[in-house]
Design a protein around this ligand. Structure first.
Ligand SMILES: [Zn+2]
Length: 422
């Protein structure tokens, strides 16, 4: 029995705000407001969350490691279906959403075969916002954006009171100063567990690696087969290996996820994963996850804040990204009035919450005082295929990307967690 793919209209609807912890808090229920119809009202998150993956793997390899939001690593492993193993290889395929994959399975024979196992044929949830900087830190620390202070593609830098970017850390604080939560890699290494990270040479000491994934022994390899070989080789020694594959996201942004180029990229990635499976030593568990999915946008429905006085009034800065916008109010502006104006203008086009509403909903998980300082006064999640840009600071190329992510729709939030025991 495989689960059916909903129609595109449903996939572009919001899902309930995912919760953090070892179990799903049933009391939360569905918080998708009118006029939106939820894609599905089942609570999201708990053990079935990106933040659970590394704590679960730590238990699977016999070195259970807790985090600020996950106290029961063995239960997480059981909930995710991860068996005990000598070694684990976790592969993060950037941008490969669960439904993006399900709709393209004809091009991914290795993953398709694994999805025949009902235990693999279910999505787990990424964090909000569904974007790489936030998700990598959530994954790497086994916590949440509310604690890592990495809350979007761009956000306020409290040191300069300006917008900074969290992929290359342009205008940002030092990675170790911004993201202070100990990573799962660091915690495992402190227990003398082997932790290996394999990726492009230039990401070895990149700001994002230092912030979200520090603590592993990094092996830089610039060709796909070299990376797969290095990952498989490292698994000969018990411990944990992390392999990052970026091309699906890159192609999805540039060409759209329904393009021929995207499909070709998926075929290549599936081939690399199949090779990894073939080369990995017996007793290794391989787990394939992603940081978020991807939606195809309708440029005709794009809203430019810079061209809308009703939106711009009382706004000092715009952060986040086109699918998940953070609005920073001008000094003295009335945030409730600002929220009311944004709601009126974006009725049916975006889910507008104030900072406190988003925090109370558990959008960022538990939130530290440091993180409060970087968050916008409004958190605006784009609906359907809408994008909300700000042409004063965003460049044309970024505003015209056919594939994006960041919002709370089913297509962006649901990610795979596919397990293969070698
Ligand atoms: Zn991306």
């Amino acid at each position: 029995m495989s689960i059916d793919v909903p129609d595109m209209a449903t996939l572009l609807q919001f899902v309930p705000t995912a919760q953090y912890g070892d179990t799903i808090d049933q009391m939360r229920g569905c918080d998708v407001p009118a006029p939106f119809t939820p894609a599905d009202t089942a609570p999201r998150g708990g053990a079935l969350h990106l933040s659970s993956v590394l704590p679960a793997l730590s238990a699977a390899i016999g070195a259970p490691t807790t985090t600020a939001v996950h106290k029961e690593p063995a239960e997480l492993a059981a909930a995710l279906g991860i068996p005990e193993a000598r070694s684990a290889i976790v592969v993060l395929v950037d941008g490969l959403g669960f439904w993006n994959l399900k709709m393209s399975l004809g091009h991914a024979p290795y993953l398709r075969a694994l999805l025949h196992d009902a235990a693999n044929d279910r999505p787990i949830s990424t964090c909000s916002p569904s974007t790489t900087a936030a998700a990598m830190a959530t994954f790497g620390t086994g916590t949440c954006p509310g604690l890592t202070s990495m809350t979007g593609y761009t956000q306020r830098n409290p040191l300069t009171d300006e917008i900074c970017q969290l992929i290359q850390f342009r205008g940002a604080p030092h990675p170790e100063e911004l993201q202070r939560v100990e990573t799962v890699f660091e915690k495992l290494a402190a227990q003398d567990v082997r932790v290996t990270s394999v990726g492009l040479t230039r990401f070895m000491a990149s700001p994002l690696t230092r912030a979200a994934l520090r603590g592993a022994h990094y092996i830089g390899k610039d060709n796909p087969l070299g990376r797969v070989r290095a990952a498989a080789d490292s698994a000969k020694e018990p411990g944990l290996t992390y392999l990052y594959l970026r091309d699906i996201d890159k192609t999805g942004h540039a060409e759209g996820w329904r393009s021929e180029q995207w499909t070709t990229t998926l075929e290549k990635i599936d081939g690399q994963l199949e090779t990894l499976r073939r080369l990995a030593p017996h007793g290794t568990v391989i787990v394939v996850v992603a940081d978020h999915g991807m939606v195809a946008i309708d440029l005709e429905r794009q809203i430019d804040v810079a061209a809308e006085p009703q939106l711009l009034d009382g706004v000092r800065m715009i952060g986040g990204e086109p699918r998940s916008v953070m609005v920073y109010a001008a000094d003295g502006a009335d945030v409730d009035m600002l929220a009311a104006r944004w709601r009126a203008r974006l009725d049916g086009l975006a889910w507008v919450r104030t900072k406190n509403e988003a925090i109370d909903a558990g959008f960022y998980g538990p939130v530290s005082e440091e993180t409060r300082q970087v968050l916008g006064d409004l958190v605006v999640e784009a609906a359907d295929d809408v994008t909300i840009v700000y042409s004063r600071t965003q460049n044309e190329l970024a505003m015209a990307m056919p594939g994006v992510h960041g919002s709370q729709t089913m297509l962006e939030m649901d990610i795979p967690c596919i397990i293969d025991m070698v």
